[in-house]
Design a protein around this ligand. Structure first.
Ligand code: C5P
Length: 407
């Protein structure tokens, strides 16, 4: 519930501005008061009248409105809220914020505020992927701003990819989390994701197939519920989600070290496809192709991170979740794996090529717990992640937070 909370909502100029109207309704339904600010470009997409009518408050639109300055200066306006929300946050607004511009009401408020800021970016996929936007995003995350979305999907401009503004209810969940109201607020959760790359020499490696899509979706879902997520990721095909602490690694040994450094944690989800073996003595220089002579590689076993953390003597998280990607007898193998690894839950899936799950957008999983096996219907990887995150929140609700001072 957001009763008694005041939100300053800055609506930027993008087609997603229409979703800001629904967002205002959802926020007011939950008891929040919304002070709306519409940029000049935003007013090209939604009218001040609609915004004011839904918010039930005056909409602020211009920096140099002398009446407003007399009634409520922009400094006061920027500080009277519990949270500042920018939805849609356009590429232009993000650039202004990253560089400290203050040349209209919205950017001036964002510069003057001492309140937490949550951005819901929305823009064309190319604009989102542009190095300038990604640089600005990194700057803004470094400045401590929170981000929700953007989501991937069909865009109003006819293209496909990341850039769609998060849905109003996702933004509400992110607002809850930012205000310390999410069910996982105060919980630290480690998520491993992606493949590991084990070098043969400086240019060659062995690896497992893994896009990192499922692990990334899980990290995103946990962060949306308020968790502090440490996202330890190998070289994945998809970019890491916003709002998590990203620890990029390449090898299984580096992944183990990053996980150990992130302990203690309340939960750990091991979605990475870790290579079981590494080359025992990787060559420091490129192995030359020598006609007729094949190199012989000797392997060494990689540490089993999941089993190691599950058996940790002093810093075992209250909930440890492993994954089992199998191609036959999925449930039997996964049930045996749960016992062998010593973890609490196993998320099992059939990755035989016919399922199209590996690298695809959907997943069909079985959740194996001490109580037995649940078969979840086939659904999108983000939906699987959201369901798993909700289950983790329920499981952790009854546990004491991990003592992070032991780190
Ligand atoms: O043994 P297997 O690789 O099938 O087990 C899969 C589970 O174990 C996944 O949760 C994976 O992230 C984890 N794992 C690990 N370290 C390894 C191998 C697997 O954490 N070296």
């Amino acid at each position: 519930m957001l009763a008694g909370k005041r939100l300053l909502l800055i609506i930027g100029g993008g087609i997603a501005a229409y979703k800001a109207l629904d967002l205002i309704r959802r926020l007011r339904e939950r008891g929040a008061a919304v002070t709306p600010v519409l940029t000049r470009a935003g007013s090209e997409f939604v009218t001040p009248l609609s915004v004011a009518a839904l918010a039930g408050e005056k909409v602020f639109t211009d920096l140099f409105d002398l009446t407003d300055e007399a009634e409520m200066g922009h400094i006061q306006l920027s500080r009277s809220a519990d949270l500042v929300v920018v939805a849609p946050a356009t590429a232009d607004l993000m650039a202004k914020m990253a560089h400290g511009h203050a040349n209209d009401l919205a950017s001036t408020l964002l510069m003057a505020t001492d309140t937490q800021v949550l951005l819901a970016p929305a823009m064309n996929v190319r604009m989102w992927d542009h190095p300038a936007t990604q640089r600005n995003l990194a700057t803004l995350l470094g400045d401590g701003l929170r981000i929700v979305g953007p989501n991937s999907g069909d865009m109003a401009c006819g293209e496909y990819g990341p850039g769609r503004m998060a849905e109003p209810l996702e933004i509400v969940a992110a607002i809850d989390a930012a205000l310390g109201q999410g069910p996982l607020t105060g919980k630290r959760i480690i998520v491993t994701s992606g493949p590991t790359h084990e070098p043969i020499d400086p240019v060659r490696y062995i690896a497992n197939r893994s896009s990192g899509a499922q692990g990334t979706a899980i990290a995103r879902a946990l962060a949306a519920l308020g968790a502090e997520v440490v996202f330890v990721t190998g070289p994945a095909d998809v970019p890491p989600p916003a709002g998590v602490r990203v620890v990029p690694i390449e090898t299984a040994q580096q992944m183990l070290q990053a996980v150990e450094e992130a302990l203690p944690a309340d939960a750990a989800v091991f979605a990475a496809a870790v290579a079981d073996w590494r080359v025992a003595s990787a060559s420091g220089s490129k192995i030359k192709k020598d006609a007729g002579r094949l190199p012989t590689l000797e392997f060494a076993e990689n540490p089993d991170i999941l089993a190691g953390v599950s058996a940790h003597a002093t810093k075992r998280p209250a909930l440890v979740v492993g994954f089992a990607a199998e191609t036959d007898d999925v449930i039997a193998h996964a049930t045996a794996k749960r016992a062998r690894k010593g973890c609490d839950w196993i998320v099992a899936n059939d990755v035989s090529p016919a399922t199209g799950i590996m690298g695809g957008a959907e997943n069909a999983v079985h959740l194996i717990t001490p109580e037995g096996c649940e078969d979840w219907p086939r659904m999108g990887k983000q939906a699987v992640a959201d369901k798993l995150a909700a289950r983790i929140a329920t499981a952790l609700a009854a546990t004491q937070p991990a003592d992070k001072t032991k780190a």
